[in-house]
Design a protein around this ligand. Structure first.
Ligand code: SAM
Length: 288
């Protein structure tokens, strides 16, 4: 079937199937072929690439993906989109559509069964409220994923890329940068969607590192410190860490800071990933 990523084709397809948009599923469909080309160029999808697409909608990105990738598995939660996808993807034999909630899918099993355990690129233009849980699911479950290319609210993309001592730097920046390099692919205005969202979006590419960026003895302690340090932004690290979830005494925190040569009066948002790792490893050693 012809490309559906145009206002006319998208409207015709939706009308033909009497489809109704669901706000709660974050349904805004891309209608601009140029943006789609930019996204897939930026994702570096070549003929050997295996792709999992999350939330194909009516198949605007999926059509292009099937022409560039080796194989695409698209997971769509909305049952009423399945017959539409059957039509828009009818003449393509390297795509499989699965009607499921991505948060409930066992990704390791899916990759084993559908891609023979080869590394995949995950692509999605998703409702904003499930973007972070999905990214963290992909990264924390240690799934064989090369990269995650995702369209998100521009502010969230800025937080993922942020460096220490900037207003956007926080627990999300540290978590994403622990596992990935972050690249901006393209900024996307509301006008390229039907219906138009209220916010600007960005497409970013998270390239998963072979090993996390810093070596830590315990990820639980590392992420525990990160969470406590950003929990109360105005507090000094001494106060945040001694009143946080890790249950550390003030004396212990002082001893750790002194051993690491980090000033206890600093605030969490000034610490680099390396400094968080040094602190976490010192705490882990003291707990052993
Ligand atoms: N990729 C299409 C496009 O760019 O035109 C559609 C994007 S639309 C913003 C988001 C899509 O994700 C919708 O089709 C929606 O039904 C689907 N979706 C929402 N939550 C989902 C979930 N938990 N699992 C799988 N798909 C989901």
């Amino acid at each position: 079937m012809d490309r559906i990523a145009s206002p006319k084709k998208t409207k015709e397809t939706i009308a033909k199937h009497n489809f109704h948009f669901s706000k709660s599923l974050g349904q805004n469909f891309l209608i601009d072929q140029n943006i789609i080309t930019k996204i897939i160029d930026g994702a570096e999808i070549g003929p050997e690439e295996n792709v999992i697409e999350i939330g194909p909608g009516i198949g605007s990105l999926t059509q292009e993906l099937t022409e560039r990738a080796k194989k695409v598995v698209a997971i769509e939660i909305d049952k009423s989109l399945i017959p539409i996808l059957k039509e828009t993807l009818q003449d393509r034999d390297n795509v499989e559509v699965i009607n499921d909630d991505i948060l409930k899918v066992d990704l390791n099993r899916l990759i084993r069964e559908k891609f023979d355990n080869g590394a995949v690129t995950v692509i999605g233009n998703l409702p904003y409220y499930i973007t972070t849980p999905i990214i963290m699911k992909c990264l924390e479950e240690k799934v064989p994923i090369k990269a995650i290319v995702i369209m998100i609210q521009k502010e969230v993309a800025d937080r993922m890329k942020a460096k220490p001592s900037t207003k956007d730097y926080g627990a999300l920046s540290v978590a994403v940068q622990y596992y990935c390099d972050v690249e901006n692919i393209v900024n996307v205005p509301p006008s390229v969607f039907i219906p138009q969202p209220k916010v600007d979006s960005s497409v970013i590419r998270l390239i998963v590192l072979k090993e996390p960026r810093v070596k830590v003895i315990s990820e639980e302690i590392f992420f525990g410190i990160v969470k406590d340090s950003f929990g109360k932004r105005r507090k000094t690290l001494l106060n945040s860490l001694s009143s946080g979830g890790l249950n550390l005494s003030k004396d212990m925190v002082r001893a750790v800071f002194s051993a690491c040569g980090i000033d206890e009066k600093r605030r969490g948002e000034t610490l680099s990933l390396q400094e968080f790792a040094i602190l976490a490893n010192e705490i882990a050693k003291k707990r052993q």
